[in-house]
Design a binder for this molecule. Structure first.
Ligand SMILES: *Cc1c(COP(=O)(O)O)cnc(C)c1O
Length: 231
């Protein structure tokens, strides 16, 4: 784990400036994109420093590690996102810790989340992870399975579907990720057209390598780890 956070203010400012440039290029509202700082590689001290510098959204990918890291909770105005694969046997801990689960990708996980959210007396906001590029090693449902999962989510009184998430393939030329992000947005638009009364406002897409392209394609949440936390 990295303990030195020197230069964090400069890195956050640089990322924010690049985010703002992408928003301007796309002619979008500056308030429409949220920076989620993925803190999975850094310790709590770095998260607290990022919070002090104004960041409010943090992403973690492992339930157990995150539970230890946030044993002392973040201030109430911070939002903790689960962005990693969620095993069914970790759902109870995930519901206890995370404000929002971005990695919902299979029927058994929806069932487990509903059961634990009900038990905790919570309404848990969730995002469907879609494996747009159909990479065999990656989590996420197939695009053609998203509608059925969404229908299942809507039958769950303790889960609140908010949108879609994807991880683009790692490309040397980030421009090559554009069709993946565009496809996620088009899938969201199609699902919104087909289902009444569902607000899929969240498009969580874009990481350190490709967030500018994702913003141009409509990302509302960019999940950035290395550009924020790694020197
Ligand atoms: C690690 C991770 C990120 C951040 O990746 P960087 O390349 O460090 O910006 C974003 N999303 C998910 C799901 C991750 O696991």
């Amino acid at each position: 784990m990295m303990t030195s956070t020197s230069g964090l203010a400069e890195r956050i400012a640089a990322v924010q400036a690049a985010v703002d440039r992408a928003i301007a290029r796309a002619g979008r509202d500056p308030a429409s994109v949220t920076l989620v700082a993925v803190s999975k590689t850094v310790d709590r001290e770095a998260v607290d420093e990022a919070y002090a510098l104004g960041l409010r959204h943090f992403g973690e990918n492992r339930v157990q590690e995150a539970t230890a890291k946030f044993a002392s909770p973040l201030p109430a105005d911070a939002t903790l996102h689960l962005v990693g694969h969620l095993q069914t046997n970790k759902v109870r801990s995930a519901v206890a810790l995370f404000d929002l689960v971005e990695s919902v990708d299979r029927p058994s996980l929806v069932d487990a989340l509903e059961k634990e959210a009900a038990r905790a007396g919570r309404l848990v906001p969730v995002v469907l992870q879609v494996n747009v590029a159909r990479e065999p090693q990656k989590a996420g449902c197939a695009p053609e399975d998203a509608a059925a999962l969404l229908a299942q989510l809507r039958r769950c009184p303790h889960l609140s579907p908010r949108g879609l998430m994807t991880i683009a393939p790692l490309e040397a030329d980030p421009e090559r990720t554009r069709p993946v992000f565009r496809a996620l947005r088009e899938l969201r638009d199609a699902l919104t057209r087909d289902l009444s009364e569902v607000d899929l406002g969240v498009l969580s897409m874009g990481m350190t390598n490709d967030y500018a392209i994702a913003i141009e394609e409509g990302a509302t949440h960019v999940r950035i780890g290395r550009a924020v936390f790694a020197g």
